[in-house]
Design a protein around this ligand. Structure first.
Ligand code: FAD
Length: 362
C-alpha cells in the first residue's frame, strides 16, 4: 500500500496546463494543497492533445535501465487512473488494451526485434517474436512483405484529447483554480528562492506561492528567471495524419518503416509521426505527410482506402539524454514536470505523484 503525503494549507502555483500541469494539480489538490493552475492559452490544447496516445512502455524501451522501470511503473498505474477519471467526470479517456505490433521488412532489421524481445522477455515482460504468419493473425491488415514482428500485448493506448478533457474537468471539480489566458512572465526569485510567479496583463502582478511547478512543456526554458535551474528543454515537432476507415479494419497499433498507426476502434486511425527540429513552426508539411503516409501504407496497405480526416502538429519537450525533468530543480522552491519528449502521456500520472512527493519533502 502506498501512503500519500498530504500538505493542507500550502499554496502551489503551476505554470502550464498540459497533461503534466493538470495531472500535478489534481494530485497536489487531492493531498490538500491550494493549487492555482496558470495556462496562457487553452488547458490541454498543446502537445498533450496532439499525441497519438500510445502507452508504449515496451515499444519505447531500447535496453534495460532505470527509464524502462519508470515506463513500466507508469503503464501499470494507467488503467486505474483513467477509470478514476471516468468515474469522477463521466468522460471516457479512450483506454484500450490494443497491444503494439512492431514489424520489420528485412532480415537485418529483424535482428533488432529479436534482441529487443529477447531482453524484455528475460526481464519478465511479455514480448513475443512473431513470424509473418503470426503477425498477420494478430493484425490481419499488416503488410504481406513483413519478415518478422515483435508483439507487446501490454502496451495499450488512450485517446489524448478525451483524456485531457477528463483531466481538466477533474482538476477543476477537485477545487483547483484553473486560470486560462494567463501567461506567466517570469518566476519570482527572492534571496535565492522561488517565491511565486509574475503574471502578464493582470492587476495581480505577482502570485506568491510556497512552491512553483514548471510544467510549460516545450516552452519551459523560455520562462524567464528559471532557465538556469535545469537542463534546456527544446521543441521537437511531430506531425500527425488522422485517417478514417469505414468500416474500421485495423485493430492493433502497428509500428515500423518509420511510422505508426493507432486505431481508435471507431474508424479513426492516428498515423504519425515526424521528429523535426523546426523550432516552434507549426506547419504540417507536404514532406511530413508524405513520409507518414508512405510509412503507414507500407505497414497496413488497406489504409490506402481510408479518407484523410485531419492533420496537425505540435512540439515534444526534449531534454538532451531523453530523461524527463521531474521533481526538484537547482532553484529552491521551483519544481519540474517537463521534458517528457515522446512519452509524456505515458508518464503523466507517475510524474504527478513524484512532483507531489518532492514538494512535501522540500
Ligand atoms: C505528434 C506527437 C505524438 C505524441 N505521441 C505520444 C504518444 O503516443 N505517447 C506518449 O506518451 N507521448 C506522446 N507524445 C508526447 C507527449 O504529447 C508530450 O510529452 C506531453 O504532452 C507533454 O506534456 P506537457 O504538459 O509537458 O506539455 P504541453 O501539453 O505542451 O503543455 C504545456 C502547456 O504550458 C503552457 N505554457 C507554456 N508557457 C507558458 C507560460 N509562460 N505561462 C502559462 N502557460 C504556459 C502551454 O500553453 C501548454 O498548454 C507525442 C507528442 C507529439 C507532438
Amino acid at each position: 500500500m502506498t501512503t500519500s503525503i498530504t500538505f493542507s494549507g500550502m499554496r502551489i502555483a503551476i505554470i502550464g496546463a498540459g497533461i503534466m500541469g493538470c495531472a500535478s494539480a489534481l494530485e497536489l489538490r487531492k493531498r490538500g494543497a491550494d493549487v492555482v493552475l496558470l495556462e496562457r492559452a487553452i488547458p490541454g490544447a498543446e502537445a498533450s492533445s496532439a499525441a497519438a496516445g500510445i502507452l508504449g512502455a515496451q515499444m519505447e524501451s531500447h535496453g534495460p535501465g532505470p527509464l524502462v522501470d519508470l515506463f513500466i511503473r507508469a503503464r501499470s498505474a494507467y488503467r486505474a487512473w483513467t477509470d478514476e477519471l471516468r468515474e469522477t467526470t463521466g468522460i471516457d479517456c479512450g483506454y484500450r488494451p490494443t497491444g503494439v505490433l512492431r514489424v520489420e521488412y528485412t532480415e537485418k532489421d529483424a535482428k533488432i526485434l529479436r534482441d529487443l524481445a529477447g531482453w524484455q522477455a528475460a526481464a519478465g515482460l511479455r514480448a513475443e517474436v512473431v513470424d509473418a504468419k503470426r503477425a498477420r493473425a494478430i493484425e490481419p491488415e499488416v503488410a504481406e512483405d513483413v519478415v518478422l514482428g515483435a508483439y507487446f500485448p501490454d502496451d495499450h493506448q488512450v485517446d489524448p484529447p478525451q483524456l485531457l478533457r477528463a483531466l481538466v474537468a477533474a482538476t477543476s471539480r477537485a477545487g483547483v483554480e484553473v486560470r486560462s489566458g494567463v501567461t506567466v512572465e517570469r518566476v519570482v526569485v527572492e534571496h535565492g528562492k522561488c517565491v511565486g510567479v509574475a503574471i502578464a496583463g493582470s492587476s495581480e502582478k505577482e502570485l506568491r506561492a510556497d512552491a512553483v511547478v514548471l510544467a510549460a512543456g516545450s516552452w519551459s526554458s523560455l520562462v524567464p528567471g528559471a532557465k538556469d535551474a535545469f537542463a534546456e528543454v527544446r521543441p521537437v515537432r511531430g506531425q500527425i495524419v488522422q485517417l478514417e476507415e469505414r468500416p474500421p479494419k485495423l485493430r492493433t497499433t502497428v509500428i515500423g518503416a518509420g511510422a505508426y498507426a493507432v486505431p481508435r476502434g471507431d474508424g479513426r486511425v492516428i498515423c504519425g509521426s515526424t521528429l523535426e527540429n523546426a523550432g516552434f513552426r507549426r506547419e504540417v508539411t507536404a514532406a511530413g505527410v508524405q513520409s507518414i503516409l508512405n510509412g503507414t501504407l507500407k505497414l497496413a496497405p488497406s489504409l490506402g482506402a481510408a479518407t484523410m480526416a485531419a492533420t496537425w502538429s505540435s512540439f515534444r519537450p526534449h531534454v538532451t539524454g531523453d530523461a524527463p525533468l521531474i521533481g526538484k530543480s537547482d532553484l529552491p522552491g521551483l519544481f519540474l514536470a517537463t521534458g517528457h519528449y515522446r512519452n509524456g502521456i505515458l508518464l503523466a500520472k507517475i510524474t504527478a505523484d513524484a512532483v507531489a512527493d518532492a514538494i512535501f519533502q522540500k
